[in-house]
Design a protein. Sequence first.
Length: 353
Amino acid sequence: MEKTLGIVFPGYGEQFIGMAKRLHDEHRLVQEFFEQAAQCTDINFVKLMFASSTKEISSARNAFLAIFLHEFSLYSLLRENGLMKPDFIAGYGIGEYAAASASGSLSFADGLYILNKYSKLYSEFVKDEPHSVIRIVRGFDLKELKKICKQFSTENDKAYISAQNAEHAFYVSGSEKALDKIVDYCKEQKIRKVREIGPGHNLHSEAVDQLVKDLNMYFHKIKFNNLHVPIITCVDGVYVTTADSLQASIMRRINHPILWYDVMEGLAGCDVIISVGPGKQLIEWLRTMYPEKELHVVETFEDVEQIREYLVKSDEGETCDVEDDIAVKVQAEKSLYDSDRVNEKSSDYDIEE
């Protein structure tokens, strides 16, 4: 039986010095992506990603673009090495831009253009506004945490749930004053699994409403094409298949919370899920929810080689002809209407009386 495949792209926080180094050294295709990215953004990505500092690459200005470049390069190499067309794609936060490109909707150049504008405007915002993000991974469910945010918010200093990553794992963003109160409350309640992770993780709340307005004109200068593969969006946790719906979802994600827990539920019908990009956090969350699924991480040159061996094996465990069999698999069209059947559950339907 053919296995259904899901692809996920990590977001901010997974960047590190040296990511994509061997990919760049070994593949001319990746070198061309680096050169194009440098021309589009006026950033030396070879220096940034291989010879800068953790602080420099972790700034929102640099990390957003570096992660996109890394993930686009990796996915392009996977396609060259026989990756079948996935059934679903999703991206965490800024990982949605790589997802949009992988789906065939957003070109590499347009992805660089809008992320370049986004990273500049967002960096300016967090520089001028005392906002941050904290991580809470124990002690609250969604309803309880909403009450806590409301309790410690004032008219001028507010806290928001900016992401639900698992059932009890959240990011909370807002003014530093409001977040300090929540941290103190957690200490009083002996909830120790809380710490500041910084504004680079994005505020994903109404605090950045003005940023969305400022970005709006740039979003309408780029072109979103219809998707070849459905994307499960972070902002709604449901899949989209049209250019307009994807563009609207990506824009709304900026000032709305990330619903990654819902995205993972949307991947229920996938037998195999591959995380493409730096870090293993997405797979760790998925493994907690789906210990029975085949889960893979592709972030290095070696990972591409290993997953290639996996991809060229037939269902019987025998190797196939890479040139012929894989080419057929890559080109095989999957109807977007099949997406409903992949994730069907008995609970989706009313029980007939």
